[in-house]
Design a protein around this ligand. Structure first.
Ligand SMILES: NC(=O)c1ccc[n+]([C@@H]2O[C@H](COP(=O)([O-])OP(=O)(O)OC[C@H]3O[C@@H](n4cnc5c(N)ncnc54)[C@H](OP(=O)(O)O)[C@@H]3O)[C@@H](O)[C@H]2O)c1
Length: 432
């Protein structure tokens, strides 16, 4: 049996998961591939650091060149993270004729086109299943089994940390800051949670998913991104009373031949829907294809072993391609440059919570403003539970029919200027 040598850049959470997956199932993996798969070198920053998996210390090096420039290594797994120097290492590996497996969502979302292009030129593979949804095999599915479909929508919960936080806020009626502190202490959230809480992690993932789904490049800087910091326990409670839960959604939709909508924001989701029932650190992604219909992917969206599973799956695919002389078989599929529509063009329903003057005619005056801005109201509840104590102020919760986001924004701007509205406390989109 031929031996295929691989090199790792990084032996952190994902690198360790990949090593453990390979070691725990080595015999079956090698029989399935038809080759021995050997880790030849592992480059890290600090070779003395304690590791999560047992590896021969002789494999560790702090010299990335020992991986990138070793002619015996055929596959480089980039499991470092961040754009630099990961990008330069990936390009160097490809220039050296090696296939690359990566789980680096930030690099692929922001700058994936160049490595993909270079990999095509070199006739090697560049695979990145672990970059979205941890162990959920959605990228390969879109590139292979579902490749015949015209995909019109891909949306889901792709960030486990915020889903865990929102799930606990919902269960406990707790505020974000308290749950976040606890999540950091128990390892569910990073010490610096900005990437997760502000929606950037979800932005990278939906940019990758949309680029594959809609065969187009997606500029991450144009993806509308709103995190969960505006979501309060109070909004979650109101949503629950109306039969909704609040989730951080990442949404990609086709908008005709040459345009797409890609956005990340919290939204009210109807209870009982698959996305509403996705709890804790789990991810769920719904995909709609013209031929296949709706497909739901569900599973652990991060973590050592789930992501290790995705990395090993990619390694095995590359090994098969090497054995059959077919590396570079699936080239970059983002061959179009579709327009990314601005958020103002979105048409959806909205939840709006405000404090209003508790006098006859207030609700009618506010409804009049909504009407002037083409915002049609589906329901309004005044003096809802949790209202403020001030005797002349009531809380009003409005839910609209489908309206244009530009109209909602102009209506809210005017509402903030009329005496009947004390304050617009929050507004969120409703995704049916
Ligand atoms: N964690 C997850 O659940 C998860 C899930 C999906 C995707 N990902 C992605 O997978 C990648 C790795 O994440 P991770 O959580 O495994 O990170 P991590 O635990 O921080 O591990 C990073 C590893 O890279 C090494 N490293 C960093 N900079 C290096 C450099 N300049 N040269 C050589 N080695 C370097 C570190 O070495 P030392 O150990 O010596 O410091 C460490 O072993 C990221 O792109 C991340 O977004 C992670």
């Amino acid at each position: 049996m031929e031996t295929i040598e691989i090199g790792l850049l990084g032996l952190g959470v994902v690198g360790s998961g990949a090593v453990r997956t390979l070691e725990e199932n080595r015999e079956a993996i090698e029989r399935k591939v038809g080759a021995r798969v050997r880790i030849k070198r592992i480059a890290v920053r600090d070779t003395k650091k304690p590791r999560m998996v047992d590896v021969d210390p002789a494999l560790l090096t702090d010299d990335v060149g020992a991986v990138l420039d070793d002619p015996g290594i055929r596959i480089v797994c980039e499991l470092i993270g961040g754009v630099h120097p990961a990008r330069e290492y990936v390009l160097r590996a490809i220039e050296n004729g090696k296939s690359v497996v990566s789980a680096n969502k930030e690099l692929i979302a922001k700058d994936g086109h160049e490595p993909m292009h270079r990999a095509s030129e070199q006739g090697v593979d560049f695979m990145f299943e672990g970059s979205v949804g941890g162990g959920i095999p959605i990228i390969q599915a879109m590139k292979s089994a579902l490749a015949g479909n015209r995909i019109t929508e891909v949306k889901g919960i792709v960030n486990g940390t915020t889903n865990y936080i929102l799930s606990r806020m919902t269960e406990e009626g707790a505020e974000l800051a308290d749950v976040l502190r606890d999540a950091q202490a128990s390892g569910y959230a990073e010490a610096d949670p900005t990437n997760d809480v502000e929606g950037y992690d979800a932005q990278y993932k939906i940019a990758i998913l949309s680029s594959i789904a809609f065969t187009s490049r997606v500029d991450t800087t144009k993806v509308y991104t709103e995190g969960i910091t505006r979501v309060t326990a109070h909004d979650i409670e109101h949503a629950r009373e109306m039969g909704y839960v609040i989730k951080l959604l990442a949404i990609g939709k086709s908008a005709g031949e040459d345009a797409i909508q890609v956005r990340v924001h919290p939204a009210l989701v109807r209870e009982g829907q698959p996305l509403a029932s996705t709890l804790g650190p789990f991810n769920a992604i719904l995909l709609r294809g013209h031929a296949v219909g709706d497909v739901l992917f569900y599973g652990q969206g991060a973590g050592m072993m789930p992501t290790g599973s995705a990395v090993v799956g990619d390694i095995m695919d590359v090994c098969r391609n090497i054995l059959h002389g077919s590396t570079g078989r699936i080239a970059c599929t983002c061959f179009q440059n579709k327009r990314l529509l601005p958020i103002e063009t979105v048409v959806t329903r909205y939840y709006i919570r405000m404090y209003v003057s508790d006098r006859p005619g207030s609700i009618a005056a506010i409804a009049g403003v909504f009407g002037r801005h083409n915002v049609s109201i589906a329901s309004v509840r005044a003096n809802a539970p949790g209202s403020v104590d001030a005797h002349d102020t009531a809380e009003a919760i409005w839910v609209t029919h489908n309206v244009l986001e530009a109209d909602i924004r102009s209506a809210l701007a005017e509402l903030q200027t009329i005496p009947e509205v004390r304050s617009v406390e929050n507004w969120l989109r409703v995704e049916e």
